[in-house]
Design a protein around this ligand. Structure first.
Ligand code: THU
Length: 128
């Protein structure tokens, strides 16, 4: 699967976002080490703090399907160019990638995609 195709899957799943409170839809698609891909969208709650990000939804799906490691994630919002993962999601990605330098975060920038390493987005990351 190319990164363009991974982004298409993030775009597709963003349409299922449940975001009536923020009206900020997000879709994410994870490429796992097996080569399989897993989609997730954000879903919110009337108890606002319970909202779940698209990235963690997609990663949870990968883990639930037996994946141990993830290699890349594409993230898309129709509301914002270059929709980067929030700090909490960056830390969750860190937990499941082999190295921060080897993990790619793919965002949409107009008609193009841009690729950043997790290391660039989460310097000096925390590991227990
Ligand atoms: N959101 C994501 O899904 N991913 C992020 O990385 C940032 C924020 C969601 C959470 C909430 O439903 C909405 O976007 C506005 O914060």
């Amino acid at each position: 699967m190319t990164y363009e195709e991974l982004m298409q899957k993030a775009i597709e799943v963003s349409k299922n976002s449940y975001s009536p409170y923020s009206k900020f839809a997000v879709g994410a698609c994870v490429l796992a080490e097996s080569g399989a891909v897993y989609q997730g969208c954000n879903f919110e709650n009337g108890s606002i703090g319970l909202s779940i990000c698209a990235e963690r939804n997609a990663i949870g799906s990968a883990i639930a399907n037996g994946e141990k490691r993830i290699k890349a994630i594409a993230i898309y919002s129709p509301n914002q160019d270059k929709c980067f993962p929030c700090g909490a999601c960056r830390q969750v990605i860190h937990e499941f990638c082999e190295t921060d330098e080897g993990f790619d975060v793919i965002v949409k920038d107009g008609d193009n995609i841009k690729v950043y390493t997790l290391a660039a987005l989460l310097p000096e990351s925390f590991t227990l």
